[in-house]
Write a protein that binds this ligand. Sequence first.
Ligand code: GDP
Ligand code: MG
Length: 197
Amino acid sequence: MVIKSAKFLKSAPSIAEALEEGISEVAFLGRSNVGKSSFINSITNIRGLAKSSSTPGKTKLINFFEIVYKSGDDDYLARFVDLPGFGYAKVSKAEKKDWERNLTTFIESRDSIRVFVFLRDARHPNNPMDRDVKNYLESILRPDQKIVEIYTKADKLNQSEKSKLLKANPNALFVSNLKKTKIQYANQKIFDALYKI
Ligand SMILES: Nc1nc2c(ncn2[C@@H]2O[C@H](COP(=O)(O)OP(=O)(O)O)[C@@H](O)[C@H]2O)c(=O)[nH]1
Ligand SMILES: [Mg+2]
């Protein structure tokens, strides 16, 4: 499998402005700064496709991308949906609450979402907010949906930290956007989750 093409479609500032449903979607979520945009750029192999920003919590838009996978002789059309980072947003509490309600409404009502790619920082595997998000996802998961959990920034761990983490989470995927390790492996896992129900 390869991603044959990927292009930006739209930034929706609110759910009302989201694209029409109908095409299978992979939704990416995780805390701000976890490496979500970088990961989308890594797997599509297009630098700058998803805007990577050094200001945590700045993106409050739902970004849609059109993806064409090629596997064997067949092409598969899909969409990536880059969701705004949970938590962290540098906005007022009221605004934050409003956004999170918006986001959960979107996540729960969007039939097209078939895969949740949940990204977390390999350096902080026990982050309480991530645990909450994972519990939340598991609680709303439909039978036609899957979660693919990916730990980013694996390059920041030393060998003993890595083996400890792997022992605790044998199925976890550890990637590095910086060193491009396990990127194609993770890409394939997402594709499998999307099409091999
Ligand atoms: N060392 C390292 N840094 C990364 C990795 N992935 C992303 N970053 C850095 O982390 C910061 C946030 O990345 P970004 O993709 O914008 O995160 P997002 O907010 O989740 O979309 C940027 O400075 C990236 O260069 C990684 O795998 N390893
Ligand atoms: Mg981002």
